[in-house]
Design a protein around this ligand. Structure first.
Ligand SMILES: Cc1ncc(COP(=O)(O)O)c(C=O)c1O
Length: 440
């Protein structure tokens, strides 16, 4: 692909026009962004939500809908990068939060809700026999990986290109100089031969394998179940701890993808929606591993955290998991997601576009390329300009999702919202089809 190709020149022109319209449509978001730059570096405190030329500012959320500063309404197909599974201000979550506000939000002591919430998590996720809470998925992974090193007394951590496990565990693109300073081996996702070869010289020093059962941030690329099964075997061969990062994927089946594939890790990390939409993370797993965190064990590990058992999150998480996102609700949402993805793929197939929607159940990745996408390098071959154009076109049609091409579904979305999304994709496919010639 060279920029000299006529279609690429057309894409650039279409993008310039779309950006101009975006600027014209969103003056208040632009003004808000410029004001934010005075006190936040680049006006931003969360890298993933920044978007060129400037991000939209949302001012209100209700159910499955969002409104921006300029008054445009959106069907929320991002659902807070999976954390907003319940939609905005679900009445049951609101009640749970109100109960915390009425009775005190953080006691500096054991409370009543945390044990119930922990029991609900252990009931739900098969490999989790005992669990501890943190404030974010990042922190959950920091704790799980640190524990693996402490327990095994080994150093190497196997992760995968395209993996994302939090702000200090960024393995997309060129990675990040501010990653937590563990001793990483970085394998290729879905490539077990390559992974075995990478690990072979270090097999006696492998402390943990940290893997998302589906790459989330890198484009909703599911792991082959055989790949996960082989990682399970490899970790046993090496005496390493297998950690499934199910911060995103735990929503994809009642007991997460581990249950869906019947492949059980030693430890699991959770976050996002499991906390009912509040700040949340958790790490859990085999009792013999988690018992290192038993404070009665004088040789065990310390794990403090001011907000680990904040009543607000404990109440909201317990209500979310037991009263709203029941196993039945999880099945329903993910079946609905499968059907929606099929409709989206049918819309672009009909036009013969080199474009596809990947993922499983309620998580959807958008890629501007055809063919198999098994890892981050495959995903990176998608056409970046077309993806950007897709973002401008869909946001102009009232669809909210992540510019990098990620959608996730909430239980608040309904068939009208799905029709709106499919209609917007059909419009895009119709109007932009000529630009796809470059991909054929
Ligand atoms: C798979 C995965 N792990 C961990 C994290 C980090 O969670 P948090 O943003 O709560 O720190 C994320 C966040 O997007 C994630 O997608």
């Amino acid at each position: 692909m060279t920029t000299a190709h006529p279609a690429n020149i057309d894409i650039e022109a279409a993008l310039a026009e779309a950006q101009e319209q975006y600027r014209a449509r969103n003056p208040k978001s632009l003004a808000q962004y410029e004001a934010a730059c005075a006190a936040l570096p680049g006006g931003n405190t969360r890298s993933a939500i920044y978007a060129e030329p400037f991000p939209l500012t949302m001012v209100k959320g209700e159910g499955a809908h969002l409104w921006d500063a300029d008054g445009h309404e959106y069907a929320d197909f991002l659902s807070e990068f999976t954390a907003g599974l319940f939609g905005h201000s679900h009445p049951v979550i609101r009640k749970a939060i109100d109960a915390a506000l009425d009775g005190g939000i953080n006691f500096g002591a054991h409370g009543m809700a945390e044990a119930k919430f922990a029991a609900a998590i252990c009931d739900r996720f098969p490999s989790v026999e005992l669990v501890r809470f943190t404030n974010s998925g990042t922190e959950a992974n920091l704790m799980a990986v640190s524990a693996a090193i402490g327990i095994t007394k080994k150093k190497k951590i196997l992760v995968f290109h395209g993996g994302y496990h939090g702000g200090v565990f960024y393995f997309r693109g060129k990675g990040s100089p501010i990653n937590a300073p563990f001793d990483y081996l970085i394998g290729t996702y879905n490539d077990i031969e390559g992974t075995r070869a990478l690990v072979a010289p270090h097999r006696h020093d492998l402390a943990a394998i940290l893997v998302e059962p589906m790459l989330g941030g890198s484009g909703c690329i599911p792991a082959e179940p055989t790949f996960l099964a082989e990682l399970r075997a490899l970790s046993r061969d090496c005496g390493a701890i297998l950690i499934f990062d199910e911060v995103m994927t735990s929503r994809l089946a009642p007991g997460g993808l581990q249950q869906h594939w019947a492949i059980y890790p030693d430890m699991t990390t959770l976050g996002k929606y499991v906390g009912g939409g509040m700040s949340f993370g958790a790490f859990g797993g085999r009792a013999d591993l988690m018992e290192w965190f038993d404070p009665r064990n004088k040789n065990g590990f310390q794990h403090a955290g001011t907000f680990n058992n904040i009543v607000l999150t404990m109440n909201a998480g317990l209500a979310g998991l037991t009263e709203i996102y029941t196993p039945e609700a999880a099945r329903r949402l993910n079946e609905w997601g499968e059907k929606l993805r099929e409709r989206l793929n049918a819309a672009v197939r009909k036009k013969g576009l080199a474009m596809q929607f990947t993922g499983l159940g309620s998580m959807i990745g958008v890629h501007m390329r055809g063919g198999t996408i098994a890892n981050a390098a495959d995903a990176a071959q998608g056409h970046a300009g077309l993806l950007e154009l897709f973002y401008f076109d869909l946001t102009a049609r009232g669809i909210w999702f992540a510019k990098r091409g990620m959608m996730s579904l909430s239980i608040a979305l309904d068939d009208n919202d799905a029709d709106q999304l499919v209609g917007a994709v059909e419009d895009f496919a119709e109007t932009r089809a000529p630009l796809f010639e470059v991909m054929q």
